[in-house]
Ligand binder design. Structure first.
Ligand SMILES: NC(=O)c1ccc[n+]([C@@H]2O[C@H](COP(=O)([O-])OP(=O)(O)OC[C@H]3O[C@@H](n4cnc5c(N)ncnc54)[C@H](OP(=O)(O)O)[C@@H]3O)[C@@H](O)[C@H]2O)c1
Length: 264
């Protein structure tokens, strides 16, 4: 075996929520195989080196893998490269995702935007997970401390309607069901599967709509009365990764400051 530490694949590791998850998991002893579309290019080399050095300072390894998750034909090669480098895959965090390039009313949504969002947020992660699962099933029984798990980062948009981004809402609702189906299929194996549903999180994704959300939060959108931060999601991933939710496969954990509470 190339590492005796557990190994987590995190998609969308370069920024925001994925980056925070990588840092937090490395603090708990995970080596990180970090995927993003643009990681480790000349333009992002500095940012990648900085992430790698923070993870190394936690005493674990970080290796970047460049992949556009919507390119399903490249999935197997990347998974084999990760396995070849580390010799094991203990966790997959399906985090990479995009918002529509333009928020358009449902009467104006374009097929191009629908196809783009669905291929990155749903089709890509579904087939990537399928291939990682096959690898995990192969590994079962071969590594003594192997407790594989898969986490899907969806969104409150899986269940909350936004009339100006139907493609995003549908992609997250679909991903939520994908999580249920994988959890169902794998329940009799050792692989546990969970959904984490973030609320409104302060990252590059929400920068273009920051002032709108600032106003909505001021007007009472979020019971806990503040933006969420990437660290809020990372801490939830760590809580799941410690194994205490072993009897909760298919569990949906909302991290949204109480947006799940139906209010009068
Ligand atoms: N921010 C929120 O309020 C919020 C709320 C609910 C759910 N979420 C979900 O949380 C996840 C992370 O969001 P975030 O806010 O951290 O977004 P972000 O800051 O925009 O980061 C997105 C990450 O996904 C990667 N990515 C985008 N397209 C990709 C592709 N085709 N292939 C591979 N990687 C790709 C990006 O990589 P590059 O840097 O290489 O482009 C980046 O690392 C997403 O699934 C999002 O839908 C976010």
């Amino acid at each position: 075996m190339k590492t005796d530490r557990p190994v987590a694949i995190i998609t969308g590791v370069s920024r925001g929520i994925g980056r925070a998850i990588a840092l937090y998991l490395s603090q708990t002893g995970y080596d990180i195989a970090g995927i993003s579309r643009t990681i480790d290019t000349p333009e992002t080399a500095e940012q990648t080196a900085e992430l790698e050095s923070s993870i190394r300072s936690n005493g674990t390894e970080f290796v970047p893998f460049r992949l556009d998750i919507s390119e399903t034909g490249s999935h197997q090669e990347i998974i084999e490269s990760i396995f070849g480098r580390f010799g094991r895959i203990d966790m997959l965090v399906n985090n990479a995702g995009v918002a529509p390039l333009k928020r358009l009313d449902v009467t104006e949504t374009t097929t191009e935007s629908y196809d783009r969002v669905m291929s990155i947020n749903l089709r890509g992660p579904l087939f990537f997970t399928q291939k990682v699962v096959r690898k995990m099933l192969d590994m079962e029984g071969k590594i003594s401390d192997f407790k594989p798990l898969i986490i899907f980062i969806t969104s409150v948009s899986a269940v909350l309607s936004s009339t100006n981004r139907i493609e995003y809402c549908i992609s997250k609702a679909g991903l939520s069901m994908a999580c249920q189906v994988f959890a169902h299929r794998l329940a009799k194996t050792g692989i546990r599967v969970y959904e984490l549903r973030p609320g409104i999180i302060r990252t590059d994704m929400t920068t273009p709509v920051k002032s709108m959300y600032d106003r909505m939060i001021e007007e009472g959108l979020i019971p806990q009365d503040r933006w969420g931060y990437p660290e809020d999601i990372a801490r939830a991933v760590v809580a799941i990764s410690n194994g205490y939710f072993d009897y909760s496969t298919g569990g949906i954990f909302e991290v949204s400051g109480g947006m799940n509470i139906r209010r009068l």
